[in-house]
Design a protein around this ligand. Structure first.
Ligand code: IPE
Ligand code: IPE
Ligand code: MG
Length: 232
């Protein structure tokens, strides 16, 4: 679909907890890394669909601050996939008019990876659809980071809007919906501040089984929700 044909979507900001890669691989008698490889393919397709549907911002939980606890072999495989993706990003950003933003503390990554991330963020800055990739991301640590940033700026009395504006997601519209695949009903330290009035969509489908038309269906389901934001 050409960019001009894209119409406005009822969802401005959707977030995905892309869970279930390991179980998907296990079901096939394969190592967990195999699931992550498939998961990365699915991520590419879902991101494209979100852009086609005209969703202004989509956020993807790629690697949490707690995921470092996993075996080195698995972590290394995820980091390798990440590097490969960073090398392809420029094609993606041009084709789909995507602006990439990396959520999380970049300082733990190698100099090369950090440079690539900063370069991608910089060259895609003017693009239309935001793709937030949460890498070494934790919701609690994000809030601490935001508060410390405000303190460094000399703020002594911090309000809610100050924090919202100091988070990694400052360029994105308010969060409408969090989708979690893999059947677990929890938030796992994801977008804690942003989730205040977000809707939730849980599915038993494992992330590598998700298909682009599932996003259409999820958007359709979202339109039936009655969001009251504490009102009547
Ligand atoms: C999500 O899938 C990907 C990451 C957390 C990096 P998992 O690897 O958690 O898959 P399951 O939940 O063990 O099946
Ligand atoms: C959440 O999945 C993190 C990502 C999808 C990157 P986890 O598999 O790490 O979450 P828990 O451990 O089941 O809560
Ligand atoms: Mg998991």
């Amino acid at each position: 679909m050409a960019v001009e044909e894209r119409t406005e979507c009822p969802i401005a900001h959707i977030a995905f907890i892309m869970d279930g890669n390991g179980r998907w691989a296990k079901k096939r008698g394969m190592p967990r890394e195999f699931g992550h490889r498939q998961g990365a393919e699915v991520f590419r397709k879902i991101l494209r669909r979100c852009c086609e549907l005209g969703i202004c911002a989509s956020t993807y939980y790629v690697f949490s601050t707690e995921n470092w606890k996993r075996p080195k072999k698995e972590v290394d495989a995820i980091m390798e996939l990440l590097e490969r993706y960073l090398d392809e990003c420029e094609r993606e950003m041009e084709k789909n008019d995507v602006r990439f933003v990396f959520l999380g503390d970049k300082s733990v990554f190698s100099e090369t990876v950090q440079k690539k991330m900063l370069h991608i963020e910089d060259v895609s800055k003017k693009n239309r659809y935001i793709a937030n990739l949460a890498l070494n991301y934790g919701g609690r640590s994000e809030i601490c980071m935001a508060v410390n940033k405000l303190i460094d700026e000399g703020k002594t009395n911090i309000c809610e809007d100050d924090i919202t504006g100091a988070l990694y997601t400052e360029a994105s519209p308010p969060l409408d919906l969090i989708v979690r695949t893999g059947g677990d009903l929890r938030i796992s330290n994801f977008l804690l501040w942003q989730a205040a009035y977000a809707e939730f969509y849980f599915t038993d489908k494992l992330w590598p089984d998700l298909v682009p038309t599932d996003v259409d269906m999820i958007v359709e389901n979202f339109t039936t929700r009655n969001r009251r934001f504490g009102g009547v």
